[in-house]
Design a protein around this ligand. Structure first.
Ligand code: G3H
Ligand code: 13P
Ligand code: ZN
Length: 284
């Protein structure tokens, strides 16, 4: 199969009341792990590459790996740009074959975020590529958002409604209490805010920073309309632990395959667990 846009996958997820996992990839083994997990679970899957991943692996390698993965897969696979911040970079990803892109204008003032998102949509629509945008500040766990800052930084439901009406974006990432990276404590999601956003916005909602969010909170967010769940940190943890275990057992190991094979196997396990949690097993 060739790569599919995320809107196809999220539309079905909407109908079925589940979410599709969006897993970050940086190298061949993680691409293979994402596909192996999706195949084992008979689940649609989104592979996503951040600007950091593109810088690390090279855009040609990322798209080549994703294309080979999708062609050989019996489940639908999307290749999505994660947190694209410049118009030029998003265009390059579309040109190189990404089936879906995120334009993250969340650091811009509201009007400029709309303007940038609309410029991307105008091109993406013409070539059948889906677009995800972000409204509100998701940030990193190191940002330590204080309770009284939540209102200022989290997505405002009325703004989300206006944003979606004025852009027609395919999916919207919202700030409701998650953060990228490892959490120091247990994240507290603002479910009333999510519910309000969802009542005003009739498109799939995206949850970023989902590693480390308790399973029950993820399940509740999906019930309330989250249809794409982003996971990176949990894969990194499993992958590196898999490699570390090998080296802990034999510090003299010099065969990269003996280290990366178990790392890949550990990544498959965690991705399968997430796919089951998101409810997309058997939906391919
Ligand atoms: O959204 C953040 C993702 O975890 C990507 O992280 O920029 O280090 O690749 P990265
Ligand atoms: P985590 O690394 O916290 O899972 O976040 C991933 C993410 O949101 C990628 O966009
Ligand atoms: Zn993110």
């Amino acid at each position: 199969m060739s790569l599919v846009p995320i809107s196809d996958l999220l539309k079905k997820a909407e109908e079925g009341g589940y979410a599709v996992g969006a897993f970050n990839c940086n190298n061949m083994e993680i691409v293979q792990a994402i596909i192996a997990a999706a195949e084992a679970e008979r689940s649609p899957v989104i592979m996503q590459a951040s600007q950091g991943a593109i810088k690390y692996a090279g855009i040609e390698y990322i798209t080549a790996l994703a294309n080979i993965a999708a062609e050989n897969a019996s489940v639908p696979v999307a290749l999505h740009l994660d947190h694209g911040t410049s118009f030029e970079q998003v265009m390059m990803c579309i040109r190189k074959g990404f089936s879906s892109v995120m334009i993250d204008g969340s650091k811009l003032p509201f009007e400029e975020n709309i303007e940038l998102t609309n410029r991307v949509i105008a091109v993406a629509r013409a070539v059948g590529v889906s677009v995800e945008a972000e409204l509100g500040k998701i940030g990193g766990t190191e940002d330590d958002i204080h309770v009284n800052q939540r209102d200022a930084l989290f997505t405002k439901p009325e703004e989300a409604k206006e944003f979606v009406e004025r852009t027609g974006v395919d999916a919207l990432a919202v700030a409701i209490g998650t953060a990228h990276g490892q959490y120091k404590g247990i994240p507290e999601l603002d479910f009333p805010r999510l519910e309000k956003i969802r009542s005003l916005v009739n498109i799939p909602i995206v949850l970023h920073g989902s590693s480390g969010v308790p399973d029950e909170a993820i399940a509740k967010a999906i019930k309330l309309g989250v249809r794409k769940v982003n996971i990176d940190t949990n894969i990194r943890e499993a992958f590196v632990q898999g490699a570390r275990d090998v080296l802990n057992k034999d510090a003299k190991e010099i065969d990269p395959r003996k280290m990366l094979g178990p790392a890949r196997a550990a990544a498959i396990e965690i991705i399968r667990e997430k796919i089951r949690l998101f409810g997309s097993s058997g939906k391919a």
